[in-house]
Design a protein around this ligand. Structure first.
Ligand SMILES: Nc1ncnc2c1ncn2[C@@H]1O[C@H](COP(=O)(O)OP(=O)(O)OP(=O)(O)O)[C@@H](O)[C@H]1O
Ligand SMILES: [Mg+2]
Length: 265
């Protein structure tokens, strides 16, 4: 018999869990029961009433945030599942739920424009680090045109925007190319390019809205439809903008414009 600390109805209790062979299913079932019990409202969270100033985004964020604790607990419990194949599947499902919940939290945070300190960032270095991180994990990400440029920005937000765009290029196009450019108006942009299917012209703007996804059926890639909405909110918070366009020869170009660029001394 093993004992796990369990946080339940705002009281810490210790739950006994039997790891005996064949217990994997019951542990999994119990973990799911725990989460669904929580969702049915066993905790202090209350539904928004008519006229309640909380927006649906705030409510979504509150639910998502509270879900992180049971998800972590389920991961601990899943480690006790003795059948390896069952454990792996259960863990993969939990990782997926965890990813979805974190996407919602990132979107809610971006919608609120949560403040992050503004610092001067050397853009080419940031892009090089980001590219290397992807390449280290076996992803096909290339950095093409760069030049020395400093922008006053919020580095965590900027990184999040770029990862959302690069993840899309990888998911829908299989590979990503990143480039920096200065246009005629002397404003700086970072472009994330792919050679995937691109988007129908009429959807180039609509897909930036939250929860908008194209396609249907089983061949649609996984996701919530929050990556571009989060990136666009953060771009505005940085006084920049995000736009999408189709590339000549096929594929999508996601362009992030950033203000205040200067060449390093
Ligand atoms: N590079 C791309 N090529 C083709 N279609 C794209 C590309 N990027 C986004 N899309 C389309 O826009 C939709 C919205 O993208 P978005 O990044 O907001 O959500 P998602 O990728 O579906 O899910 P997630 O919340 O995990 O990012 C996608 O579902 C897809 O239909
Ligand atoms: Mg996405």
């Amino acid at each position: 018999m093993l004992f796990l600390p369990v946080h339940c109805h705002n009281h810490d209790v210790t739950a006994a869990v039997s790891p005996a062979s064949g217990a994997g299913g019951s542990i999994a079932a119990r973990a799911i029961e725990m989460a669904s019990g929580w969702l049915r409202g066993g905790r202090k969270r209350t539904a928004a009433k008519v006229g309640d100033p909380r927006t649906s985004t705030e409510l979504l964020a509150s639910v998502s945030h509270d879900l992180l604790t049971p998800i972590t607990r389920m991961k601990l419990r899943a480690e006790l599942i003795s059948a390896c194949a069952v454990q792996q599947k259960f863990m993969a499902d939990l990782d997926e739920v965890d990813g979805l919940v974190r996407s919602i939290l990132a979107y809610a945070a971006s919608a609120h424009g949560r403040a992050e300190a503004c610092v001067n960032v050397e853009l080419a270095s940031l892009l090089r680090c980001l590219t290397l991180d992807y390449r280290d994990s076996g992803k096909d990400v290339e950095l093409s045109d760069t030049f020395p440029a400093v922008v006053p920005t919020q580095p965590r937000s900027l990184r999040r925007i770029l990862t959302n765009l690069i993840d899309n290029a990888l998911k829908y196009g299989g590979a990503a190319e990143i480039a920096m450019e200065i246009d005629e108006g002397a404003s700086l942009s970072i472009r994330v390019l792919d050679r995937g299917p691109g988007l129908p012209e009429e959807h180039l703007r609509t897909v930036i809205r939250p929860f908008v996804r194209l396609g249907s059926g089983s061949n649609v890639a996984e996701g919530l439809g929050l990556g571009l909405a989060t990136a666009s909110n953060l771009a505005h918070a940085l006084s920049g903008s995000l736009s999408l366009s189709n590339r000549e020869g096929g594929g999508l170009k996601a362009e992030l414009r950033l203000p205040g660029y200067r060449q390093p001394c």
